[in-house]
Design a protein around this ligand. Sequence first.
Ligand SMILES: [Zn+2]
Length: 224
Amino acid sequence: MSPAVLHWRGILVPFITPWSSEAAPPPPVVVRYGVGGTGLGYADEDSRFDRWNDALWVRAPATRGHGVPRFAGIHALRQRQAMRRELCQVCGRPTFGTLPGERSLYLLGARDGDPIREEETTQAPPVHAACALLAIRECPHLRRGWAAALVQYAPAWGVAGILYDPATLAPLPGPAGAPDGLVEVPYIDEPRMRWVLAAREVVRLHGVEAVTDLEALAGEVRCG
Ligand SMILES: [Zn+2]
């Protein structure tokens, strides 16, 4: 398979990377009085677009390929789409059914030699084997270390976002060392889910089998 990867000035730009044209000032948040209690909301909220699984989501214009890529960021909408639809985090095409056994491949960076663990949660969408090889060759943060695994299923677990103080509506600092200062909140934690502004979908990985030879795995990929 020849993945539809995007480059900018010769640099690989993953599907979930945001571009400068996609930056938008966040709308002010308000207290929303809904069924079952109060929570965070937008004054001009449209639940069809602003909510997913009851969580309030950051608004993310989608104009991929325009402007300059912001490699340090993650585009909230494309990340969520990739998680929900099993799209490749590098090229954006479907990954389902591209590997033997209908498992999905996950590639996580900066592991310090740690393998991906059973029932680990992650904000990283799946990836094609060929795209994983490409990303390892071209992405600086993966050159510093990575771990890969085949996963049987990855159900939605929760979101990563910014928690707001219900009393002051001020954003609360995230946990030390967390990527982008985001806190992970499971869907079952309904009280905190009401006060989080979600920026990433989080899944939990089940049926994990470590992959060390991505070249061999890419050779097994079914085409078409
Ligand atoms: Zn891909």
